[in-house]
Design a binder for this molecule. Structure first.
Ligand SMILES: Nc1ncnc2c1ncn2[C@@H]1O[C@H](COP(=O)(O)OP(=O)(O)O)[C@@H](O)[C@H]1O
Ligand SMILES: [Mg+2]
Length: 201
């Protein structure tokens, strides 16, 4: 297995932006959000189990997951959420593991938004990098990016690990309160460290 850095952080913290910078420097990037979307697309690897567990009402006409309906269900029903996670998490972990193993770069950045919350991919990471910025900035960036309201962003933040708890579990912290160029500099520093660690791994 190549050396693997798990990258996590709260909504709007800058995970995707930082991952793209690592990729530009030559790291391989594996994104579990992407894997999750593929698993729940038409004919995706999770759809047979989802149909069997929840019924055809949660499958859209094209065979993909009816995301709105499922979101509404699991929002108010912890048992349903657990059942969905029991289907998705092992599949996401298996796909992530296969992609990390197949990567030919010097090291892999494995982007897992809920790395600590679900724990599903934690054992794949040799090291954990947390992208961090102030909550005000998270709200500002997430609302600007996707047009969701500040209250919706706050609700998502409340469902995620608190900043301090996330940072306490990090090996490295990527401070993303300043601008894009400051982020790029810090990514460059970490890239050099990860190359060195990967050579010794
Ligand atoms: N240092 C930064 N300065 C300005 N804008 C940023 C910075 N980092 C990220 N952004 C912007 O903030 C938004 C959220 O970043 P993104 O990387 O998508 O976050 P995440 O993947 O953690 O949810 C995006 O529109 C991105 O372009
Ligand atoms: Mg993202």
């Amino acid at each position: 297995m190549p050396f693997c850095v798990g990258l996590t952080g709260g909504i709007g913290s800058g995970k995707s932006t930082a991952a793209k910078m690592f990729r530009e420097l030559g790291a391989a990037v594996v994104d579990t959000d992407e894997i999750s979307r593929e698993l729940t697309a038409a004919d995706g690897g999770a759809m047979a189990a989802i149909r069997a567990q929840f019924g055809p009402g949660y499958v859209a006409a094209d065979g993909s997951l009816d995301r709105d309906r499922m979101r509404r269900l699991v929002f108010g029903d912890a048992g349903a959420r657990k059942k969905l996670e029991a289907i998705l998490h092992p599949l996401i972990r298996a796909a992530a593991r296969a992609r990390v193993a197949a990567a030919s770069a010097a090291y892999v950045i494995l982007v897992v938004p809920l790395l600590f919350e679900t724990g599903a991919c934690l054992d794949l990471a040799n090291r954990v990098l947390v992208v961090d910025c102030s909550e005000a900035r998270q709200i500002e960036r997430a609302t600007r990016r996707s047009g969701i309201s500040a209250d919706e962003v706050r609700a998502i933040m409340a469902s995620q690990l608190a900043r301090a708890a996330r940072i306490a579990r990090a090996d490295d912290v990527l401070d993303n309160d300043a601008g894009i160029e400051a982020l790029r500099r810090r990514v460059g520093e970490l890239h050099a460290i990860y190359l060195t660690l990967a050579r010794g791994a």
